[in-house]
Design a protein around this ligand. Structure first.
Ligand code: DWN
Length: 388
């Protein structure tokens, strides 16, 4: 049984940065979130057609961040040392930030965004420019038989039919195969009021409890998990085809979720109230600082939810700076704040920067010493609305 608990209003495609002439045809949908009380899977109530989001114009490059490059180099090293796989499948390979750490002959990539599939294909990696559907899974089964590792980072949460995907993964794993997935953590989202993790692409935000329940349904076994700091906070979950005892760290993380109340509807009701409070506080803060030169730092997908839910447009935030060329010179989705190129001296005209990319706070603080030393301050809404 599904219960609705959060309404974030009318929202555009979070990553569809656009030109002025595209405004009149901009796509909107109603963003609301519900929980399935049978398995505790938290999902959007209405999904957006996948082709609206994942197409040849997708703009998010994983390799853009030093943090993410290192993150994927580290896990690749670990997989090689501990498992030494013969054949790896990556679902959602983006620009190859993970897979390029492996030999081209042992890998297969799946990437629905044509512009990104082209990057790995041109680099010599076998790439299927398709969505992860049952049809693709049977094609992969016919061509390769199976895989010892299936890896998917920040992609399972994008896949609307999570059940057929688990079924497909189960069919592609060798008996001793391991599926490793990492995605934003529901526990962190709720604990830190990070409601901006909800947007069109994030069809689900997973708890370990929900993933354990879904895996069980397909005779898969969640046996290990670790907490990661990337993307705010994520879980890396290890799933095997054969039964394995739960590691101690997984048991601890599951207990943490239970203690927080992940399986109680009241927890979600409370979260929704905090989200509403956060909206009022952020609106008030930005209104108070109007005229004080506040800039947006990082044109993230997450920030699309914030700006549209809180009604923040160019009157409160005249522009956003971002390092991604594909976003620069465009307007932010829905509230149409200009996105401009990141320049070394951006801080000269700005006293405050609202952190759209709050998940990279450490990386940004390291990089922006001059802004901070000149009295510049960051603003965030996570875990509460505040000037840092
Ligand atoms: O799952 C998803 C993930 C992994 O990332 C996707 N649904 C889309 C995307 O979400 P996001 O856009 O919220 O991701 P990030 O990684 O928080 O985006 C960072 C943005 O901030 C990029 O546009 C780059 C920009 N940035 C910047 O301008 N200066 C980032 C850093 C660290 C910087 O110093």
């Amino acid at each position: 049984m599904k219960e609705h608990f959060l309404n974030l209003g009318k929202q555009p495609i979070a990553n569809k940065f656009l030109y002025e002439y595209e405004i009149e045809n901009e796509y909107f949908y109603n963003l609301s979130v519900c929980i399935n009380l049978d398995n505790f899977l938290v999902s959007l109530c209405n999904f957006v057609p996948p082709e609206q989001m994942f197409n040849n114009e997708y703009v998010y490059h994983s390799s853009n961040s030093i943090t993410m490059k290192k993150h994927f180099a580290d896990i690749s090293k670990e997989i090689k040392a501990k498992i030494n796989p013969k054949r790896i499948l990556e679902i959602g390979s983006n620009d190859g930030v993970f897979i390029k750490n492996f030999d081209k002959n042992q890998t297969v990539c799946v990437e629905p965004c044509g512009n990104f599939a082209k990057i790995t294909e041109e680099a010599g990696y076998t790439t299927y420019n398709e969505f992860a559907t049952p049809t693709l899974f049977s094609k992969l089964k016919d061509s390769y038989g199976g895989f010892d590792i299936i890896f998917s980072a920040n992609c399972m949460c994008h896949i609307q039919n999570i059940y057929s995907t688990f079924e497909g993964i189960c069919s592609l794993l060798w008996n001793d195969g391991i599926f490793i997935m990492e995605d934003p953590s529901l526990l962190h989202t709720l604990q830190n009021n990070a409601y901006d993790q909800f947007y069109d692409e994030h069809a689900h935000i997973f708890s370990l409890i929900a993933i354990s329940n879904i895996a069980k349904q397909f005779d898969l076994c969640v046996y290990d998990a670790e907490k990661l700091t990337v993307h705010g906070a994520s879980n890396r979950i290890y799933i095997s085809k054969t039964y394995k005892n739960k590691t101690e760290r997984l048991q601890k993380l599951l207990q943490e979720e239970l203690n927080f109340g992940i399986t109680y509807f009241e927890t979600y009701r409370k979260f929704a109230k905090n989200v509403e409070k956060s909206r009022i506080q952020l609106q008030e803060l930005l209104k108070t600082l109007k005229g004080e030169h506040v800039v947006g730092y990082g044109a993230t997908s997450k920030s699309t939810t914030i700006y549209n839910y809180c009604g923040i447009g160019p009157d409160l935030l005249p522009y956003i700076i971002d390092t991604t060329p594909d976003k620069q010179g465009k307007l932010s989705p829905g509230t149409h704040i200009p996105v401009i190129k990141y320049e070394e001296n951006w801080w000269k005209n700005n006293k405050y920067a609202f952190l759209g990319a709050w998940n990279y706070l450490d990386e940004i603080k390291n990089k922006e010493g001059t802004f901070i030393n000149n009295g510049g301050k960051f603003i965030t809404h996570v875990p509460t609305v505040q000037i840092i």
